[in-house]
Design a protein around this ligand. Structure first.
Ligand SMILES: [Zn+2]
Ligand SMILES: [Zn+2]
Length: 255
């Protein structure tokens, strides 16, 4: 991995703007940066980026360097296998984030946005950022994928993450069953408690199909997004929210 450069997240943001601004504008004249909560999400973006890099660097330092036969597979094969494995790990973690009450208090931050667009991708509690990185990347490092495959995997996974949140009404026939699309992930954000237990994968609906959690109805889209919890608006308040709910503050849990 190249050394951390504070300019890189700004370049990343520029790329995201160049890609998603025209797409969302064409799809519905939507300006994610102009909506309520955008400033909070930008804080999530900056902190999440730094944390993600920190955990990745820590994994490289802490895990023994493994050189296995996998590193000699063709790059494309390594990336597809890494995506499948990484998504299976994420599927299991995501399931726990929804089912274990204390974990849900942290994951609720991601679901709190009443808007689902590319910028809402990054609304994640720092603890969830760390957990996800460890669960997804740890096994891939241990299995001995090549550096090039891991870097490509990270980029493709990030592209999927932002892509499935994009605020577009388009449906992708056939493809919608093979890879995660905005339609697939927007159902996961629907403001219906039953729905956000479904479509838990980030790249392959296959894992939801096998796990019995797939929901892709014909010709329908969610009417409202978000959850019923009183998640506050500001960045610091959102980071504190789960701890407060778990009894470390003055409030009490009501989930
Ligand atoms: Zn999401
Ligand atoms: Zn979720």
């Amino acid at each position: 991995m190249p050394p951390f450069d504070p300019v890189t997240p700004l370049k990343g943001l520029l790329v995201l703007l160049l890609v998603f601004l025209p797409i969302e504008f064409l799809a519905g004249r939507w300006l994610a940066l102009g909506r309520a909560g955008a400033a909070t999400d930008l804080w999530h973006y900056g902190v999440g980026y730094g944390l993600g890099r920190g955990v990745t660097d820590a994994l490289v330092l802490l895990l023994p360097p493994t050189e296995t036969a996998i590193a000699r597979w063709p790059l494309g094969v390594q990336v597809v296998v890494a995506l499948l494995l990484g998504d299976l790990m994420y599927y299991q973690l995501h399931r726990l984030l929804h089912r274990v009450p204390w974990l849900w208090q942290f994951h609720a931050i991601h679901h709190s946005s009443p808007h689902v667009d590319w910028l809402a991708t990054v609304r994640l509690h720092p603890l969830e950022v760390v957990l996800t990185k460890i669960v997804q990347m740890g096994p891939l490092y241990l299995l001995g994928f090549s550096q090039a495959a891991l870097v490509t995997y990270t980029l493709v996974a990030a592209a999927f993450a932002f892509g499935i949140h994009a605020r577009v009404p388009w449906r992708f026939p056939l493809l919608r069953w093979l890879v995660a699309t905005p339609e697939f992930h927007h159902w996961h954000h629907a403001r219906e408690p039953r729905r956000n237990q479904q479509n838990l994968a980030a790249q392959f609906p296959l894992w939801d199909w096998l796990g019995g959690t797939l929901y892709l109805p014909r010709g329908d889209r969610p009417q409202r997004y978000g959850i019923g919890l009183p998640v506050p608006e500001g960045y610091v308040a959102q980071v504190w929210f789960p701890f407060h709910r778990l009894g470390l503050g003055k409030g009490k849990r009501t989930h």
